[in-house]
Structures are given as C-alpha cells and as structure tokens.
Design a protein around this ligand. Structure first.
Ligand code: AGP
Length: 609
C-alpha cells in the first residue's frame, strides 16, 4: 500500500500535499516525494524515510504552485532508496506520475521502452507508466493516458501530471483506492479519506477503469470506453481517526478484513498466465540449485514461527525435503547443524526482529544458503539474506499479526509448489488443481468474515474465562498455536494450544467443567482421532467449539458449537480456519476492554533480544 495525493487549485499545492501525506503515512512510510508545477517547470523533491525527512529537506524552499502530486511509499519493487521514491518522471521531466499497486508486466514494458531509447532512473515498476506516457503522447493528454492503461496490467491507482497541461491532473484506478475531494476553486486527489477530511467533506469515489480529469473548477469522469460518467458526490461523515482505519474501530479489524486483498496481491503476480505453474522471478531456481541443498531450516518468532510450521508441512509434503523449524531465540544457542548443503529460510513480517536477524547471521556463518520471507522491502533480513520473497501484505499496524500470517502461508505454499514443479514431483493436472484452489482463496477468505455474529457471541460468552484451550492435529495443530497466541496477546486470557494427541499426556488434567476448548478438525487423515480427543474432553464437561469445513456434517454431533469455513484444498485450510480465531481473539479483547491495537507489554517489532 502507498499513499497518493494530488492538488489542482488557486492555493499552494505543497500545503495540501504535505498535510495529506501526513494523514496517509499509515499506508506506507519508507520514502516520500512531491512534484509541483511552478509556472515554468515541474519541481520534484524526494527523500528516504518518514515524511518528516522530506519536510526537513524542503523547509527553506517549499516549491510554489497550484498543481502538484505527492506520494508516501510502501516499497514492493525496488528498495526504499531516494531514486525509487515517487514521483517518477519521464526522460524529459515533462510528465510525472505517482502510483499505488503493482504493475505486473513492468519488466516486459521496461525492456521495450529501453529499446525505444528511454532511460530509467529507478528499479520500480511504476516508472514504466510515465515513460509509456511519454512514448504514446500525441498532444491529447486524456487519450494518451488511456493508451497507457491499455498497455499495463496489474493493480494500480495512478495520478499523472504534465507540464504541457498545467491546469489539470489525470487519475485512474484498478483494484486500489482513489478518491476526489471536491473543494471551492480547488480539487484534491487522495488514496483515502483521511487526506482530504480537513479540506472538504464532499468526495467522489473513483471506480475501477474510470479516467478522471481534475481541474480546479471541474471534474470530468470518463468510462474506460470514453463515455462520460456521472459525478456522484459522497458526503464524508467520519472523523479523521476513524477514516485512517477505513471506518473500522481498530487497525487489527481492518487488517483482518484486508486479508482477501492482501492474499490476492501476494499470489496474483506469481501465478503464470496459463495458470499452470508458479513463477518466482525473484528466485530463478532450477533443478541444479535445488539439488545443492538436502535440508531446509525455517527460523522465526511468534506468528511467523507458527506460519513456518505450516510451511514445513507444505515443503515436506510437496517437495519431499526435510524441514526443521526453529524458534529464532533458541536456534543459535543449540549449536545447530547447518552447512553449504542447507537452505535457511527466515520468516519475519517486520524483517527487523533481532532474534530472527541473529539467526540469519548464524546460518550464513555456518555456510547455509539463505532466503528471507518478509513483508518489508529493504528490511534488515531482506538486505542480509541472499534471496528474498516479499509477502506484499501492505503495512501491518496492529501489534497482533493477521494479514502477515495468511500472506506468509500463501507465499510458503507457492514456494513449495514452485519447488515441486522444478523437481517434477507434481503432475500438471495436480498443479493446476492446487493453483486454482489458491486463486479461489481471496474470495473464500472474504466469506469467512461475512457473518461474525456467532463469533461475537462466543467472545462475550467465553471472553471472561481465564483459561482457554486450542487443540488440533497435523496442520490444525499449527493453526491452534496461532489461535492461542492471538487470544492471549490481545485479550490477556491464558490460552494454550496443544497437539490433540498430547492431551492424555498431561494437559487433560486441566480440562474441567466449562473450560472452553477450540478444536480444529479439518484434516481428514486424523479426523477420527480428533473426534476421539473431543470425546475425552466432553467426558470432563468442557465446552467445545469446533472449527470445520463446510461439507463436514459429522462434527456438530460431538461439539457444543461449530464454526465452518469454505471447502478448499486441505493444505490451504489454515488460511481459512485462522480467520475465525483472529476474530474470536479480537471480539474477546473488545469484550474485556483491552487495547486491541497496542496490547500491554508488547511492541510491533521486537528489535531487542
Ligand atoms: C504476533 O501477533 C506478534 N505480534 C509477534 O509474535 C510477532 O509475530 C513476532 O514478534 C515476530 O515478528 P516478525 O514477524 O516481524 O519477525
């Protein structure tokens, strides 16, 4: 996610651009920039780091002018360095663009444009859009932008500015937000409502495929076929804080609901056009590379560790390579046995967790090949690992990880399928079935959060208990661990997860009347055994909430309540079953009056050992 702003009007563009970007920093904050037409030329100012660095840089010479665009970046392609910060210009400096999203076919376009003599200044996907505009421009700004949109593929919000047309900005969107703020003798463009809320409460919500021409006193909407659209004014009633959370009460709930889009952003660029294979341009592995290691270590903390447990299952099942999963803070103190024939994969949302970073350095010292799976471009693990796979979940603000977990699972599933494809462990029909199941996930994720009333009821009913068990077998056990962590870290309930088969080896002593036990039962191979464990628990009068797939009509016979998730490939169940557990934790924390986004004693990124 990135933050975009634009201004056309009789006031100073810089004032709105900097204020608006401040309000959008939650959308990304590793670099920022503005471009303003001062009557002669377009002045572009950029800086790395938070927006304050940009403000500091220009404080004695703020560009003047009533036409401008701005951007705060959450890097996806190209490290967070100044040359990759937006806005980006064409070769002449006469066209400028800011972008939110991913241009999936940028490599092909970039090669073509370089062939045509264009010089690129950045590693970003975005820059192809403005050189394309320069290439196709024939004097008609709107028509040229439309031609650009015919050539690019992917998800985007784009705002173009041209020195040749200093009275207007042209913007468009596909699968990313963009709004027009309607003022008096001035109009505003922004990724999200917080940016404009202090300037106007009247807005137009741009629809996918529309091209909008914004002047200081007129807004023209063009449908993708060139016909004129209607300016339907939306009246903003939110306050600023509510707007930053997209209308959700907390960032955690917003990020739970962002999971369908986040997973879509993770998987779309990595599924081949024919839908028959997984492509990982970042890796370019082949059979020879895969034969260079005979064992994999996956090392992480907290939620990322729980994700790695699922990743282990994927790789061992599909690739048939042994995988050892370690808690990062334990890894380097146990004299682990790694060498040149080992691949060490570190998993970290922030990419800055000190235990995980230290484990990465230890693995490198022992000669292992290294791969980082992280959400933050240019983070420490991304820079220090030999290779990196980004999860592209967008900034995760809440301390409790949610969309980071599901996008980590999606990334590791694709990595396993990618490796299995290289080793030819999976037949083409099976590969297609797995990929189709993956492509259905974003919509199925949306379905798991449509009806939360039942979960809210459980949260109120059991949210005041001091102990809760989560149990499961196989993949369900890995998700049980994540569910217990979610509940304990934001509601402060003492939640524990156990392998269901372990209960009789001790934990069953804690099962008493009324104890809430969440049982995940989605893995066919161990389903009957899980039913036996439920009977053990029910025999002690505990309360059992079952998590099952929609076509399971047996489980309800053995439990007190059932929450069902859509049917998918059994391997992908964890991406769906985790959602009710995230929501249960969220509503239990609400019921207990806890600070959901900033739970006591915790930090979003643990950069101390
Ligand atoms: C998860 O909800 C917690 N916030 C915490 O366990 C977190 O997963 C852990 O600190 C690892 O963080 P990382 O993924 O940024 O390395």
């Amino acid at each position: 996610m990135c933050g975009i702003v634009g201004y056309v009007g009789e006031g100073q563009a810089a004032s709105f651009l900097l204020d608006g970007l401040t309000r959008l920093e939650y959308r990304g904050y590793d670099s920022a920039g503005i471009a303003i037409y001062d009557g002669q030329k377009i002045q572009v100012e950029k800086s790395v780091g938070r927006l304050d660095s940009l403000k500091e840089k220009i404080k004695d010479a703020v560009p003047l002018g009533g036409l401008g665009i701005g951007h705060t970046r959450w890097a996806t392609h190209g490290r967070p360095v100044e040359m990759n910060a937006h806005p980006h210009t064409d070769c002449t400096g006469e066209f400028v663009v800011v972008h939110n999203g991913i241009i999936e076919n940028y490599l092909t376009l970039k090669e073509e444009l370089i062939q045509q003599g264009h010089t690129f200044k950045s590693d970003t996907d975005t820059e192809v859009a403005v050189h394309l505009l320069e290439e196709v421009y024939d004097g008609d700004f709107e028509k040229s932008v439309r031609e650009v949109l015919h050539r690019i593929e992917g998800s985007y919000s784009l705002v173009f500015m041209s020195k040749k047309h200093p009275d207007r900005l042209i913007c468009t969107k596909q699968d990313n937000p963009l709004i027009i703020g309607l003022g008096e003798c001035e109009n505003f463009i922004a990724s999200d409502i917080p940016a404009i809320i202090d300037r106007t409460r009247r807005a137009y919500i741009v629809k996918d495929g529309e091209i909008v021409v914004v002047k200081k006193d007129a807004v023209k909407i063009l449908h993708h076929d060139g016909t004129l659209g209607k300016l339907e004014v939306f009246h903003i009633t939110w306050n600023a804080e509510a707007a930053e959370k997209g209308g959700y009460e907390h960032f955690m709930l917003k990020e739970i609901h962002e999971q369908p889009k986040a997973v879509r952003n993770t998987i779309s660029p990595r599924i081949a056009k024919d839908g028959c294979s997984i492509v990982m341009d970042e890796l370019q592995w082949d059979a020879e590379y895969l034969s260079s290691f005979h064992k994999i270590f996956m090392i992480a903390c907290g939620t990322a560790y729980h994700a790695a447990l699922v990743g282990k299952y994927y790789i061992e099942k599909l690739v048939r390579l042994p995988v050892e999963v370690d808690i990062a803070s334990e890894f380097r103190y146990r004299s682990p046995i790694l060498d040149e024939q080992t691949l060490a994969i570190v998993v970290s949302q922030s990419g800055e967790t000190s235990d995980t970073l230290a484990a990465l350095r230890e693995a490198k010292k022992l000669g292992a090949k290294t791969l980082a799976i992280t959400n933050v471009v240019g983070s420490s693990v991304a820079r220090e690992a030999e290779q990196v796979l980004y999860t592209w979940a967008g900034p995760e603000i809440a301390v409790a990880s949610t969309k980071a977990y599901t996008t980590q699972l999606a990334t590791m599933f694709m990595l396993a399928v990618y490796m299995a494809g290289i080793k030819k462990n999976i037949s083409s029909p099976r590969m297609q079935v797995l990929i189709q199941a993956l492509q259905r996930l974003p919509e199925q994720l949306g379905k798991t959060m449509e009806d939360v009333e039942q979960i809210k009821t459980f949260a109120k009913q059991y949210g005041f208990r001091e102990d809760v068990f989560f149990i499961g077998r196989s993949l369900d056990y890995s998700v049980a661990l994540e569910g217990a962590l979610k509940l304990k870290e934001i509601s402060y309930i003492h939640a524990e997860a156990y392998a269901a088969g372990e209960l009789k080896h001790g934990p069953l002593a804690l099962v008493v009347e009324g104890l809430p036990v969440i049982v995940l039962a989605t893995q066919k191979k161990v389903y009957e055994k899980t039913i036996s464990n439920i009977k053990e628990i029910k025999a002690r009068d505990a309360v059992v909430i079952g998590i099952a797939v929609e076509d399971d009509h047996e489980l309800e016979k053995y439990v007190d309540h059932v929450i069902k998730v859509p049917v998918t490939e059994e391997l992908l169940n964890p991406l769906l079953t985790v959602v009710p557990l995230q929501l249960l934790a969220y509503y239990a924390a609400i019921a207990r009056g806890c600070d959901v986004d900033k739970p006591r004693n915790l930090a979003k990124s643990v950069t101390v050992e």
